[in-house]
Unconditional design. Structure first.
Length: 267
């Protein structure tokens, strides 16, 4: 199966995919890697925050556009894709995608590694996943410090993941840290499929509550998260992401600079 075609949203290529297609593609990559030593793959679960961040940071935009898959994580991204002609596009939400992949991993005997969050969050996450998927093989985990890793520490993380013989690495950092980490480690982790799932670790560990389904489906998840974590998220939701709507309208009207779309011809 070919990787899902990407649709431009403000210069960022978002895969026209679904939960089923994303999981099928991941399974295909894993089987291919087990049969033949292939390069690592990485998947970005991309929200409005990621797209707006990429507008300001060309290096981050290149990281997103180099991803093997970039799923539409938020409803505004889904609505934008539909407005550009992807009428059947649905949301592919990081926490839900993670659970679906864990179900597939349990069934097929794939090994997963958890990278990110705090040590206590990883412990709670591990317990929650094993309670839901008793036969899931969690081959290892690592909670990085809240600072850049030294070269020696980074090599230790690479060794841990390789020694764990992980098929899937779930990365639970914030954007753009998780995407940058995956891109930087693609060469060092051959055969691995990496998924940047952001807040999924905190949600599934029970540390942070998820927005009700009706809020998620109506594009109001940001409001719920802002009320839940105002000190951490106020800048993102009140200062950064509001620029998405006018830029989306400009793209819809064909008024964004052509340069915004050139690099996707190489993706």
């Amino acid at each position: 199966m070919n990787n899902a075609e990407k649709q431009f949203v403000l210069g960022v290529g978002i895969s026209a995919t679904s939960y089923e297609r994303a999981c099928e593609q991941a399974l295909e990559w894993i089987e291919e890697a087990r049969a033949h030593a292939t390069a690592a793959r990485y998947v970005c679960v991309t929200s409005v925050h990621g797209i707006v961040s990429a507008r300001r940071d060309p290096a981050f935009r290149r990281t997103l556009n180099a991803a093997d898959m970039a799923t539409p994580d938020g409803m505004p991204v889904v609505w934008a894709m539909r407005s550009f002609g992807r009428s059947g596009q649905q949301r592919v939400y990081g926490p839900t995608l993670m659970l679906r992949l864990c179900a597939d991993a349990e069934e097929r005997g794939y090994r997963i590694f958890l990278y990110g969050a705090r040590p206590e969050t990883l412990t709670a996450l591990r317990d929650a996943l094993l309670d839901r998927f008793p036969l899931l093989q969690i081959a290892g985990s690592f909670a990085p410090p809240f600072r850049p890793l030294t070269a020696a520490e980074d090599q230790d993380v690479i060794r841990r993941i390789r020694d764990a013989r992980a098929d899937i690495v779930f990365v639970g950092l914030s954007t753009p840290k998780q995407e940058t980490w995956m891109a930087a480690h693609k060469t060092a982790l051959p055969g691995v499929v990496m998924f940047g799932v952001g807040a999924a670790f905190d949600f599934h560990a029970g540390r942070v509550s998820q927005a009700p389904a009706w809020m998620q489906n109506n594009g109001l998840e940001w409001f719920y998260r802002l009320l839940s974590e105002p000190k951490r998220l106020w800048r993102r939701y009140l200062l950064e992401t509001p620029v998405f709507l006018p830029l989306w309208l400009l793209q819809l009207a064909g008024l964004l600079p052509e340069a915004d779309f050139k690099e996707m011809s190489h993706v």
